[in-house]
Design a protein around this ligand. Sequence first.
Ligand code: SAM
Ligand code: SF4
Length: 343
Amino acid sequence: MNKQKQTTKNTGELVDRFSRTISYLRLSLTDRCNLRCIYCMPVDREGGLQVLKHEDLLSYEELLRIVKLAVDMGMNKLRLTGGEPLVRRGVMDFITALSQIEGLDEIRLTTNGVLLHEKAAGLYDAGIRKLNISLDTLRPERFKEITGMDLFDQVWQGIETAAELGFNIKLNVVAMKGVNDDEFVDFARLAVEKAYQVRFIEFMPLGKNSTWDKSSYMTSDELKEWIGTVGTLEPLPGRRMDGPARVYSLTTAGGLKGQVGFISPISHHFCDTCNRLRLTSAGKLRACLLHDREADLKTLLREGGTDDEIRGLIRQTILDKPKGHTLAEEQAGCVGQMSRIGG
Ligand code: SAM
Ligand code: SF4
């Protein structure tokens, strides 16, 4: 990674019809996962899990080619996600190869933390410094209920290992009424006790087997009221590079300070400033998490598409990026699977 540059090349190719510059690519490396979170992994009627065959995933060579072209067009930030990105075989070598790409300023990773205790040091060596770790509960029993696996202690150990290595850590908490709402205050306290930014995400209706319903959804404004019982919340200015989160400092009566963020895709959507393009694990370019329109990059690649044609499809997908989503009005959600799109 070229850490000196930290700039987006302005080739003009990445500006959409609403003047948003698309500089941030999110890659879903796999739709497989070692957890089965109730709100994310789809189970079909026969009880099996619908996952892609290995050959349906883009190979690392294909992914590297796309990333290089995207960086050449001006993208400078990449997030690896999934499914669980760390379960894909060869991922560490892939990250090392990504880190050699000139002009790619930053590679970030979103993980459930299950494999962090063994992979954190390698990730650090490969140049990653920022981790988003998903954790919806601090209670081992409840962790098992939400994720289907009894792995809280392992995840916690992974988080601590990563913190000791010096990673910047953000904890992502999906806020679900009746599931983990009695722990939001504990998470806020954690944010002042440890150097982790805790970000609460509004529960979204995604995937055709989504467990979302209105009664389990709560807005960030409701959440903020709860967190306000722990201390004083003050908005931190100039945090645009933190992505969609509105970030606040939280100061307790005893003077302890931490940071909490609220990601509100439904109640305060951030479409006006969205700078993202997604590549799903099925090899589809997707301009909006919450719009099901996708462009088939994998077929173009495998039918011998030239670099110019690939750049053209990226450009067209950006031009087709919708102005915003309409979830708040429709309350219907989209059918795309979160584990395939990558969040
Ligand atoms: N497996 C990794 C993880 O869990 O961090 C990366 C992929 S996961 C799909 C990315 C993020 O999406 C996680 O923070 C997860 O909590 C969030 N997520 C998944 N389904 C969601 C939903 N229906 N509403 C809100 N957030 C969701
Ligand atoms: Fe796996 Fe992440 Fe989905 Fe949970 S949210 S099932 S950890 S991909």
